[in-house]
Ligand binder design. Structure first.
Ligand SMILES: [Mn+2]
Length: 324
């Protein structure tokens, strides 16, 4: 990782300016890591901007953005059209928390800026961003914030307590509260953020959600069921966001004896998605591969185009039967 960081330093210092971009529907890991990187680059006296669609953000992201604003921290968030105007010959584009073209906030920027860096912790897929000057993708790490904490340590730099708090919230979200993909290095990263002044109370306030949203999810969970004692399934026969499906799958892992959980729902009228989570004894990646999905041992997903919800539920149950 240290070679990556020293190469990244060189690229940033060489650039005329830096544009930072993450995935659409920014989450706290994406936001935390982009603002941390922005502060680092500002510390290099280098102009930088974060491309962010300020509309359609979750309540947690809105709260985090408000806190940054109130703290008067100098971070430039810009729109897609403003980003285009910032492009110069030596502009560096740094993509965080995704390596997939179709997921970034503004894919067209990838075509317009030749100098690109990708830093991510998701499993490599087959449609990754090509032609990068530097790419660091480590799917063993909990979060992009864990990588950014290591960058801060490498540089011996600090960030403001509010930024450390948002970063800590990001690690918490990506690890399902330090339960998955969590190593001693993850705890060390979290400890470092607390040393920088991250507040546990403020972190919890950022993570709080609207009561209606919470209850809506709990209602879906009421309809979940358990088969073979160890598999929990929740089939949602309506349109639902991918992020909500993952939270529902994670929540079912709290049920006694459950080893793996699957939330099935429709992302669009003709796209059925499965979000799968495991405590670590069942390989959900192996199961999701059977639906052309991807992921990890404990965290995997699949999207099935033109899929029928009920049939996919049946197929999944049949595949779980075979595992017996
Ligand atoms: Mn992440």
């Amino acid at each position: 990782m240290t070679t990556t960081f020293s190469n990244l330093n060189k690229l940033i210092k060489k650039a005329s300016n830096v544009i930072i971009m993450t995935h659409k529907n920014s989450d706290l890991d994406a936001l935390g890591s982009t603002i941390c990187l922005s502060r680092i680059i500002t510390g290099f006296n280098k102009k930088n901007d974060i491309v962010l669609d300020k509309k359609n953000n979750s309540i947690s992201i809105q709260k985090a953005l408000q806190l940054i604003k109130e703290a008067n921290i100098d971070i430039n968030f810009i729109t897609k059209s403003a980003a285009i105007k910032k492009i110069k010959k030596e502009t560096l584009l740094i993509i965080l928390d995704t390596s997939k073209r179709e997921l970034v906030e503004y894919p067209e920027l990838l075509d317009q800026i030749p100098n690109k860096v990708v830093i991510d912790h998701h499993v490599l897929g087959n449609r990754n961003i090509q032609d990068t000057m530097l790419s660091y993708i480590n799917s063993h790490l909990s979060s992009t914030n864990e990588i950014m904490v290591n960058y801060l340590k490498f540089l011996n730099k600090e960030v403001e307590p509010i930024i450390a708090t948002i970063m800590l919230a990001g690690i918490e979200v990506d690890t399902n509260s330090f339960n998955v993909k969590t190593s001693s290095a993850t705890f060390q990263a979290a400890a470092h953020l607390l040393d920088l002044g991250a507040s546990n109370i403020l972190k919890k306030e950022i993570l709080q959600e609207e009561k209606t949203q919470y209850l809506k999810r709990e209602n879906f969970l009421k309809k979940s069921y358990i088969i073979q004692e160890i598999y929990a399934i929740c089939c949602i026969d309506q349109l639902i966001q991918k992020e909500d499906l993952s939270v529902i799958a994670e929540r079912m892992l709290l049920f006694d004896k459950v080893e793996a959980a699957f939330a099935i729902g429709k992302l669009e009228k003709d796209i059925v998605a499965i979000s799968a989570r495991s405590l670590g004894n069942i390989d959900v990646y192996y199961l999701m591969k059977k639906f052309d999905g991807g992921g990890h041992l404990t965290d995997a997903a699949a999207q099935i185009k033109d899929g029928n919800l009920k049939e996919i539920e049946k197929t999944l149950i049949a595949k779980l039967e075979v595992l017996k």
